[in-house]
Design a protein around this ligand. Structure first.
Ligand code: ATP
Ligand code: MG
Length: 424
């Protein structure tokens, strides 16, 4: 027998037993985005490699080691998108959506990074992201963060996530700080690990991100980025904090929060959790006022975030918040005796007409009552609708409740539609 072909490592199937949780999460994401006036944009999964090099930055983990890059048959270098913001800006520039306009956009779909697969970290994973263009004032920063906070509320996980907030200042402020930081780190180079030494030359702010306790110890006395902020940056950040305070959204200021992508300025934030082990960041984002221009468009400010859907689903499952997700089937139709099958199919069709939201599965393939009841139970349905000769003769249906303590009852076929509607 030939070997069964397996999926690529780190690229997962989402099986029918999981898709209902995914669909629930996706529908909350879509609905909350539209609650804030955001519209969906869909971009291709493959882009020119240059797009990501120019936006994410040459010396970032993503571009240095995580991209799936290949030459196509014409010899062009293409890359499976590792994130959505660059593609979104590319699309906005290409279609003239950005300059002198305001856009509130969201996207959702697979992203690809060649990382070491582990819980919460995969090579194909899914992000939901939002991007707001054309607004430089902190009110939109606040709205974007409030949108994310509402997601957790709707998903029932607010108490398990914490907002970490920082400002990266302007490019000029960061450049001045960068010099001071490098000067400081150079004095302490002997105490840095290899990774931090390398970053010190390529992308020094990323040293602040180091998880190594020895490096963290060196950083305690390092110069602070906020000391290099001018009035505008301070005012922007203060106003954002005031908006969040006013909205009752608590946050933890984290001066070490720098984000792994180069294009951020001013506001950056992450939502982190203890419920996921090492992969603690559920959602991350910030302002990127220079990115549109960097990718060839006319200067347009932007701010957004992306969240990992796998990490959300893992959280919901481990916190047992996924238990009350609606099952794939509401009612399972069972038949007994000659001629009942056709009647059952017709009844199910009528019910689907009457209650379009309903999910009805008709038993197919025959079998006795016991077998059919077993299937009904396995389907996850709340009720079984049983049609036997006697029911058919009397235009009735027997309703058997499969969950909870309800007496079985015989009802007129006319009354099944309202009963179904009450279940969903
Ligand atoms: P991390 O520090 O965990 O590597 P990141 O900073 O690389 O995250 P972003 O590029 O900001 O992540 O992506 C936003 C979100 O997408 C992350 O907060 C996370 O929830 C999710 N994410 C990123 N990479 C992966 C991955 N390889 N597998 C699953 N989810 C991911
Ligand atoms: Mg990463």
């Amino acid at each position: 027998m030939s070997k069964v072909i397996q999926a690529i490592r780190g690229m997962n199937d989402c099986l029918p037993s999981e898709t209902n949780v995914w669909q629930m999460v996706e529908s909350v994401l879509r609905r909350v985005a539209s609650n804030y006036g955001f519209a969906e944009i869909r971009m291709p999964i493959v882009e020119s490699t240059n797009l990501f090099k120019r936006s994410i930055g040459e010396v970032t983990d993503i571009v240095e080691k995580e991209m799936y890059t290949f030459d196509d048959r014409n010899g062009d270098s293409l890359t499976l998108r590792p994130e959505g913001t660059a593609s979104c800006v590319r699309a906005g520039n290409q279609h003239g959506l950005l300059y002198n306009q305001e856009q509130r956009l969201w996207y959702m779909g697979p992203m690809f990074r060649h990382e070491r697969p582990q819980k919460g970290r995969y090579r194909q994973f899914h992000q939901f992201g939002i991007e707001a263009f054309g607004m430089a004032t902190p009110d939109i920063d606040a709205e974007v963060i409030m949108l994310s906070a509402r997601l957790w509320k709707e998903l029932g996980i607010s108490e398990y996530v914490t907002l970490e907030l920082n400002s990266l200042g302007s490019n000029e402020e960061r450049a001045a700080y960068r010099d001071a930081l490098v000067a400081y780190l150079t004095q302490h180079e002997d105490k840095l690990d290899e990774d931090s030494k390398r970053r010190m030359y390529t992308n020094p702010l990323r040293v602040l991100d180091s998880k190594n306790p020895d490096v963290q110890a060196v950083l305690v006395d390092a110069p602070k980025l906020s000391d290099y902020f001018g009035d505008e940056t301070n005012e922007h950040f203060d106003q954002l904090k005031a908006y969040l305070d006013n909205a009752g959204i608590s946050y933890k200021l984290n001066e070490r929060l720098v984000r792994g992508l180069d294009y951020y300025n001013r506001t950056v934030f992450e939502w982190v959790t203890d419920s996921l082990g090492a992969q603690g960041t559920v959602c991350a984002g910030g302002r990127y006022d220079g990115l549109v221009e960097q990718l060839g468009g006319k200067g347009t400010p932007g701010i957004g975030f992306a969240l990992g859907i796998e990490r959300l689903v893992l959280m919901l499952t481990s916190l047992e918040k996924a238990n009350n997700v609606r099952p794939q089937v509401d009612a399972y139709v069972i038949t007994l005796g000659e001629g009942a099958d056709m009647q059952a199919v017709a009844l199910a069709e009528k019910l689907r007409d009457q209650v379009p939201e309903t999910r009805i599965q008709c038993h197919c393939g025959g079998g006795n009552m016991k077998k059919q009841m077993k299937r009904a139970d396995k389907s996850g349905a709340q009720i079984a609708l049983i049609l036997g000769e006697d029911e058919i003769a009397n235009q009735q249906v027997t309703v058997k409740y499969l969950r909870g303590q309800h007496e079985q009852q015989r009802v007129s076929q006319e009354d099944v539609a309202p009963l179904l509607a009450s279940l969903i």
